[in-house]
Design a protein around this ligand. Structure first.
Ligand code: PNW
Length: 482
């Protein structure tokens, strides 16, 4: 920008007498070029998921998902919260899209509720359920916001759980492929970017494993869990095929995975090598079969007689190349090189390790530098998106009605600085979706844990952009950090 443009911007800010002093400061700061810039066309976005925001749990033909059932069992969700109403996004999506437009995002990651589209998981589709997504997508396009659609974010139709044991059945993988085909057939005129599944680990280990704290909340033997993981992977692979086969026009297919991050405690060659090995080991259940087309010996030997049954053809389906890989990044695990058979050790976190509100949310901005960088190195991933990043914080509204969430801004600023570092080194991350656009139903933590950059009063449904919303808006305007 030349001097004249700069003066112009300055005078616009000064002329806007109605602006608060803080906003004047932001407006003029945005005019300065960002020294920590992102590439042109970088996709800035936000994310939500159907059950966490939509509400309208029994409207227009929707039948229960496993989360409707689970959240109504006393003791499963903090304060007895359920997703019955959530953010009422089903009715308020227009206002929320307007808030996103004001924020300046280029992309919005959302999920489709399977039990809206196929209330019993299969059989006859429910056109009224699909219509909601058509309305939402039209609203997004009118606001020039590109939709990034996830087909499964944990709200499995309860009927599939009752009939066949949910994800423990191979038939559920087939039903998922049919659902994916139907969505591609009917929505590919409005959606180009598809993600099959959000985070295998959370709903498989969390829903069917030891001490399940996610729906359906049923403990299973080690052998059953291993087989369930395999069917979930198969569901992903079959859905990739189904989307490509049924989409009219261009379709780009990926996934949104909770890759378990590893990073070197010290940045030296031997510890970086240790982190590469650790990344692969930490993700042996899901990423290795998906990206390498095989289960590692280490995993199969560790399971012994409990190892999953699979065919070579299934592994081929599971590992079909993706157009992009979405990674949800919140934290990471430091490792160091060790003279042991693994070649590394996980370093236990000291008691004073910083964290945000969630007990698992250890603060380490370098997570978002190292995880994509090592994924590029270890698996040769050529296109990635950060499909989630953000934090829960003890947000309170002050007497003036503001939420000044400087802890979240601190978190975001430092994570984004590390993301920019990676991108500037050639790590192929093409976009970033902040979790979350709105405070929402945080699964077993209910409404007590707020991840939004927009505060939601769950009694009145009033939305109040937090200070972090303003912070993110300036990042988007600058396409980078100050
Ligand atoms: C993600 N961990 O879950 C989910 O995709 C979102 O639906 C959720 O609201 C968000 O992150 C915040 O929790 C995760 O333990 C849950 O590392 C746990 C972990 C990571 C992600």
């Amino acid at each position: 920008m030349d001097r004249r443009d700069f003066l112009k911007t300055g005078s616009v800010a000064a002329a806007a007498g109605a602006l608060m002093p803080a906003e004047v400061a932001v407006a003029s700061a945005v005019a300065a070029p960002a020294p920590h810039a992102f590439p042109k066309g970088f996709v800035w976005g936000t994310a939500t998921a159907a059950y966490q925001v939509e509400g309208a749990w029994n409207e227009d033909g929707r039948l229960p998902s496993v989360w409707d059932t689970f959240s109504k069992i006393p003791g499963k969700v903090r304060n007895g919260d359920t997703g019955d109403v959530a953010d009422d996004f089903y009715h308020r999506y227009k206002g929320d899209v307007a808030l996103m437009k004001q924020l300046g995002v280029k992309g919005f990651r959302f999920s489709i509720a399977w039990p809206r589209v196929f209330p019993t998981g299969g059989g006859a589709p429910n056109p009224k359920g699909l219509d909601f997504y058509k309305r939402l997508l039209d609203e997004l396009h009118a606001a020039a916001i590109e939709p990034y659609c996830t087909l499964f974010h944990w709200d499995l139709p309860q009927a599939l759980e009752d009939k066949q044991g949910g994800w423990r059945s191979r038939d559920t993988a087939l039903a998922f492929a049919d659902y994916a085909a139907y969505c591609a057939t009917n929505l590919s005129d409005r959606i180009t970017n598809w993600m099959t599944i959000n985070e295998f680990r959370s709903y498989i280990e969390g829903g069917y494993g030891n001490e399940p704290h996610h729906a359906p909340g049923i403990h299973n033997s080690r052998a059953v869990v291993a087989q369930t993981r395999h069917y979930a992977l198969l569901a992903h692979g079959l859905a990739v095929q189904a989307i490509r086969a049924h989409a009219k026009g261009k379709a780009r297919v990926g996934i949104a995975e909770d890759v378990h991050g590893a990073m070197p405690a010290i940045e030296s060659a031997e510890h970086i090598r240790a982190a590469e090995i650790a990344l692969r080991d930490f993700n042996e259940m899901y990423e290795v079969p998906m990206f390498e087309g095989k289960y590692p010996e280490r995993y199969l030997n560790g399971l012994g007689a409990d190892a999953p049954k699979f065919t070579a053809e299934e592994l081929r389906i599971i590992s079909a190349p993706l157009d992009f890989v979405g990674v949800n990044i919140y934290t990471t695990q430091e490792v160091m090189a060790a003279d042991n058979p693994d070649g590394y050790v996980r370093i236990p976190r000291p008691a004073t390790y910083p964290r945000l509100m969630a007990d698992w949310l250890f603060y380490n901005p370098q997570a978002i530098y190292w995880t994509p960088k090592l994924m590029q190195k270890v698996w040769g991933i050529r296109e990635m998106y950060i499909t989630e990043n953000g934090c829960s914080a003890a947000d309170t509204m002050n007497a003036a009605g503001q939420v000044l969430d400087t802890d979240r801004i601190n978190y975001l600023r430092n994570y984004l600085t590390q993301l920019q570092r990676g991108v500037s080194e050639g790590v192929p991350v093409k976009g970033y979706f902040l979790w979350s656009m709105l405070d929402n139903f945080e699964w077993a933590k209910g409404y007590a844990e707020r991840f939004g950059i927009t505060y939601v009063d769950f009694k009145t449904q009033k939305r109040t952009p937090k200070l972090s919303y303003e912070f993110y808006k300036t990042v988007i305007q600058r396409n980078g950090l100050a």
